[in-house]
Design a protein around this ligand. Structure first.
Ligand code: ATP
Ligand code: MG
Ligand code: MG
Ligand code: MG
Length: 566
């Protein structure tokens, strides 16, 4: 591609709303443009990179026996009612109605639609396993869209779903996807780590996330330093036993006394508020999974003026319900919520009162607060509060080795769903003995557009992005410094044509710009290699190759250059 015919509206300054480096550079390099909050245009360069990520994902999915489909983005509300998620999913689900007043939503994920597709066709164990995936635009009405492509409202995801006849099959499907994900991120060339994870609003038995390691990551992951061990977990998931007799809250949360106000609320009061039995309360708080009701504990401004527990539905719901309700209850935008983990921290990190109090961080800490709340009142809850979030001074739960925290960007997530959706939506099949059984499912997501951003988060310098060659908008940029010297321009054009014929994804900067501008833009966009031809070089038969990552420049003979190019 000749850049004189291309559209790369670069910016000299960082956009004022861009906080992280990928957002700044994607904007400055003319790869994306904001349409409205969390919604972007992909310009030619940005789309090229996005498509490269998608193609790598596609190839590895196909290799692992997953089949590409395309499902609709607009989904009928009735399907979501069948699964129960119409009520549970919360405000991230953008709901619309058509001219007849029927409900629809914009798909944030596709468990309902894909299960409906498969239940209509698959009748026998002989048709299983099946694994279907798509690469498609998702919509989630995120409470705080930010960081450009890292947390959009509209974004591109690869989502896949496996259907098996039994547990063993489902585990094999999960394993295949897990391995395929490792290949995807290795091929792209990212430093990444699979970690144990919470299954969140999607629900299910167990799950792993894939994190790109970068300081700007929103998630904290606990990693065992013993290389042979391999333990790594998202802090939302990483829990250890609290030593007997030691209160898990006290061990790590200085604010607890303030919050707990022992004696202020009895378990009976709490249960009456929730309209559940004490037994249910304990279970709700401690075994919240699968979008089951969870509770939130809220405190008011500085002083504890009130403690309220409320039934809330599903992880995503809480992000919204909490903020709104906290305001409503306390008149102040502060609070603390149960089993939603780090998501809560994200919301409240911006509010003064909670900015410094680490105890808003963990789901299980909510449990321990509840425990504390009821201490001293012959409370049954106490004995359940035996888990707490791991700290860096804890030994590794698997091998006893040293734990270190690091920041990660969640780029992929695999879940073993089990029968959650197949039971609700009655996706059944006849087994070998003619017995009807629900299919055993798994689901697998990759943040295709988030990967473009996280590649930049991990690879950049003061001059701009440093794209891994696999997903760079162009692998090579041929820069002619010829100006009006047609002999130089012709030679550069000739080399560019040859490289293209050889299948190299090369851009040719033939613009009538000053050399300084061309170099700066090439650095900013982050082409892995720049080839520079000037008048002197042409005379002495030399072309310069610059490695964007190392900055290393080497001079190569023009004679036979293209032929020898690798
Ligand atoms: P997060 O914790 O960052 O909100 P999630 O756990 O809600 O992500 P999943 O439901 O696991 O996301 O979706 C699969 C993948 O889609 C994620 O691993 C992530 O890479 C990507 N993704 C999720 N939300 C967004 C978003 N708002 N913008 C861009 N990519 C996203
Ligand atoms: Mg999310
Ligand atoms: Mg997540
Ligand atoms: Mg996830």
């Amino acid at each position: 591609m000749r850049l004189s015919r291309y559209y790369i509206p670069t910016l000299k300054e960082d956009p004022s709303d861009a906080e992280v480096v990928s957002h700044k550079l994607l904007m400055r390099a003319g790869m994306i443009r904001k349409v409205t909050s969390g919604i972007y245009n992909y310009l030619p360069l940005g789309l090229k990179s996005l498509n490269k990520v998608a193609n790598i994902v596609r190839e590895e999915m196909n290799r692992a026996y997953a089949l590409e489909v395309l499902m609709p983005m607009v989904q009928p509300g009735d399907l979501w009612r069948e699964s129960g998620r119409w009520d549970f999913y919360g405000k991230e689900l953008l709901r619309v109605s058509d001219r007849h007043g029927r409900d629809y939503c914009l798909g944030p994920t596709h468990e309902e639609v894909v299960t409906d597709l498969v239940r209509g066709e698959v009748k026998s164990y002989k048709q299983l396993p099946i694994n279907l995936y798509q690469i498609q635009t998702k919509f989630r009405d995120e409470i705080r869209p930010r960081f450009g492509l890292m947390r959009g409202r509209e974004f591109v995801m690869k989502d896949g779903y496996s259907f098996d006849k039994d547990e063993a099959g489902a585990e094999e499907s999960y394993r295949l996807m897990f391995e395929a994900y490792k290949k995807v991120f290795s091929r792209i060339g990212l430093r990444f780590r699979p970690v144990q994870a919470d299954s969140g609003a999607i629900g299910g038995d167990f799950s792993h996330e894939f994190h790109v390691l970068a300081d700007t990551g929103e998630d904290t992951i606990a990693v065992c330093q013993n290389e042979t061990c391999g333990y790594a977990a998202n802090l939302e998931k990483a829990k250890v036993n609290a030593p007997a007799g030691e209160c898990a809250c006290k061990a790590e949360c200085p604010a607890i006394e303030e919050v707990a106000t022992p004696g202020k609320h009895t378990v009976e009061e709490v249960c009456a508020f929730l309209e559940i039995s004490a037994d249910k309360l304990i279970k709700t708080l401690l075994f919240k999974v699968d979008g089951e009701p969870v509770a939130a504990l809220v405190r008011g401004d500085r002083e504890v003026n009130d403690v309220k527990l409320r039934n809330m539905m599903g992880g995503n719901e809480i992000e919204f319900a909490l903020e709104d309700e906290v305001k409503e209850w306390t008149g102040a935008p502060v609070g603390f919520a149960g089993p939603v983990g780090l998501k809560v921290k994200r919301i409240f990190a911006d509010h003064e009162l909670c900015a410094s109090t680490d105890w808003v961080a963990g789901a299980n800490k909510a449990d321990t607060h509840i425990k504390h709340l009821s201490l001293g009142r012959d409370c049954k809850i106490e004995k359940f509060a035996d888990l707490r979030v791991i700290t860096e001074s804890d030994p590794c739960p698997d091998c006893g080795g040293k734990i270190e925290f690091t920041k990660g960007i969640e780029v992929g997530h695999v879940f073993k769903l089990g029968e959650k959706y197949s039971k609700k939506l009655e996706a059944t099949f006849l087994d070998e003995n003619g017995k009807s059984k629900p299919m055993v499912m798994g689901c697998y997501g990759i943040g295709v557009s988030r990967i473009v951003a996280s590649a930049i988060e991990q690879n950049n310098d003061e001059s701009g992005a440093i794209f891994p060659p696999s997903i760079a908008p162009f692998e090579v940029c041929m820069i002619s410094l010829g100006g009006k010297d047609e002999a130089v321009n012709e030679k550069a054009a000739e080399l560019y044509e040859k490289l293209m014929e050889m299948g190299i994804d090369v851009a040719y900067d033939d613009r009538a710009e000053r050399p300084g501008v061309k170099f700066a833009e090439a650095d900013l966009i982050g082409y892995p290699m720049q080839l520079v031809l000037g008048g002197k070089g042409l005379k002495s038969g030399i072309i310069e190759a610059k490695n964007r990552k190392t900055g290393e420049k080497i001079e190569l003979p023009l004679e036979g250059f293209a032929e020898a190019f690798t």
